[in-house]
Write a protein that binds this ligand. Structure first.
Ligand code: PLP
Length: 491
């Protein structure tokens, strides 16, 4: 980095060359870099120039060559663009998974987008009672709506469903015994493990039943004067099938009531409306558990609900009050941006009007195979051309996933652009991987998957806008072999 250029008669030629590297100011004065500095900011471009020069110094002693001024300029602009580019880049999701945790889960309704922009730009009545001019509670913004939609007495919102579980356990079961079935010791992707959360919440975990079967008497005989909670966790990302038995909400709620403990349900995804109305599988609703007597139910904001990341807790006024009063509530509260997005999303539900068009998650989940196939036909050739002549194009039926643990067994009938290597050889596996990598290195990365020795681009989540973007960038990337493109294949 700080390679000083030593004077002296014993200098090698490469050291002499280094003295001829252009100065930072000279490079910054070039027309390419000065216009880049106008666009990206001079400090950032200057740092990129310094990095290019230091790289040239580090490499020159080895290969005895110093790059030309032009090469330094293009190296520096590469670094500058790289530094200025957002890491959370938009991507085109052709995985077929609608609620894809790694790709940001739910896309939000236009109403929510507008509402978030307003909240960012101006002041809002976040914790302010406009009528009285006095301080309010930020939960007031959405509590009424959530209660209206779920039939709950009271509600509160925290950072995500994991936080909702943690906070409820601490507030309702801290330092007490918490009873849960062995078959529901769930782990959700990203290190959410029920036993660990219980430990972190300072609860004494009491496991009952067996992995496949748990009966009411298992719960009943586990209750002691130290018990505080019976917990049920929705098996979101797996299914237990075969010789199984679990106890339903109504029985557990009644047992809890009889025994003087509370009954809590972690629904995870939790839909707000019965999706079988659109021919989709039915996911349990918070109102189901509440109407059967659950004291608290929690679910995510950014799974099936189709809103921002949040954890919504609904339940009896007594239980929600204890949760809201716990000191940890303040550490887990949501921002005004989240509240703005959540309120707008809930208002779409509350209107009951054209939900499957206004909520993108629902729109994508209800997209017909025919519509998806048409989308595949519009982009298939362009995708195949970019993949190259080693691949054969076909449009095939496939199954897409809801994602994020909602209904893990359920697959939605879909269609995909399938690119299959013409020749199957030992090299096919790496050809598939390399080609997917090339798709991800497009300006707006395209994410697909490999299935059965072929590349699959499921077009369920390809919006009309993304379709245009995709076709545009594939057109610009053609023909292969033009400089600037990613060249990892022989021409
Ligand atoms: C997804 C899920 C969670 C975690 O929800 P986040 O909103 O991601 O924190 C907790 N419990 C269940 C059952 C889930 O499916």
């Amino acid at each position: 980095m700080s390679s000083k250029i030593l004077p002296g008669p014993g200098e090698s030629t490469s050291e002499q060359n280094l003295r001829h590297l252009p100065s930072v100011d000279r490079l910054l004065g070039s027309s390419a870099l000065s216009s880049l500095a106008d666009a990206l900011g001079r400090p950032l471009v200057k740092r990129a120039v310094q990095r290019a020069l230091s790289q040239a110094r580090d490499h020159a002693p080895k290969d005895g060559q110093t790059p030309s001024e032009q090469a330094l300029i293009s190296m520096a602009s590469g670094f500058a663009r790289e530094d200025a580019a957002s890491r959370m880049r938009p991507v085109i999701n052709l995985t077929g998974t609608v609620i894809h945790t790694n790709l940001g889960r739910a896309l939000l309704a236009e109403e929510a987008i507008v509402s978030v922009s307003q909240a960012m730009r101006g002041y809002s009545a976040l914790e302010f009672d406009v009528a009285s001019g006095e301080r309010g509670d930020r939960d007031d913004v959405i509590e009424g709506l959530i209660c209206q939609l779920t039939g709950a007495e009271a509600a509160t919102v925290v950072n995500n469903c994991a936080a909702a579980v943690l906070l409820s356990l601490v507030a309702l079961g801290g330092r007490k015994e918490v009873i849960i079935s062995r078959g529901e010791q769930i782990e959700i992707g990203g290190a959410f493990r029920m036993p660990d959360i219980m430990r972190a919440a300072n609860c004494r975990l009491v496991e009952v039943g067996t992995t496949n079967r748990t009966h009411l008497h298992d719960y009943a005989s586990a209750i002691t004067p130290k018990s505080a909670l019976i917990v049920k966790a929705h098996r979101s990302n797996y299914a237990v099938t075969g010789f199984t038995s679990e106890v339903g909400d109504a029985e557990l709620a009644a047992l809890a009531k009889r025994s003087g403990v509370l009954y809590m349900v972690d629904l995870g995804s939790g839909a707000l409306v019965d999706m079988s109305a659109w021919g989709l599988p039915r996911e349990p609703l918070p109102s189901d558990s509440l109407s059967k007597g659950a004291d608290v139910v929690m679910f995510s904001g950014d799974k099936l609900l189709g809103g921002p990341q949040a954890g919504i807790i609904v339940g009896s006024r007594a239980a929600i009050t204890r949760i809201k009063r716990h000191p940890l509530k303040r550490t887990l509260r949501v921002s005004k941006l989240v509240l703005a997005a959540l309120e707008a999303t809930l208002r779409v539900y509350d209107s009951g009007h054209r939900l499957h068009e206004r909520l993108p998650v629902l729109a994508m989940l209800t997209r017909s195979r025919d519509a998806i196939r048409e989308s595949c036909m519009r982009v298939g050739t362009a995708l195949a051309n970019y993949a190259g002549p080693e691949f054969e194009l076909s449009i095939e039926d496939c199954a897409s996933q809801i994602g994020s643990g909602a209904l893990p067994e359920e697959k939605l009938p879909s269609a995909a652009v399938v690119l299959r290597p013409r020749l199957v050889s030992r090299r096919s596996g790496s050809l598939l991987k390399q080609t997917l990598t090339r798709f991800r290195s497009l300006p707006t990365p395209v994410v697909g998957r490999i299935n059965d020795q072929a590349i699959l681009f499921d077009c369920r989540c390809l919006s009309i806008a993304d379709e245009a973007l995709l076709l545009g960038q594939l057109r610009d990337a053609q023909p292969p072999g033009i400089a600037g493109g990613q060249q990892d294949r022989p021409a």
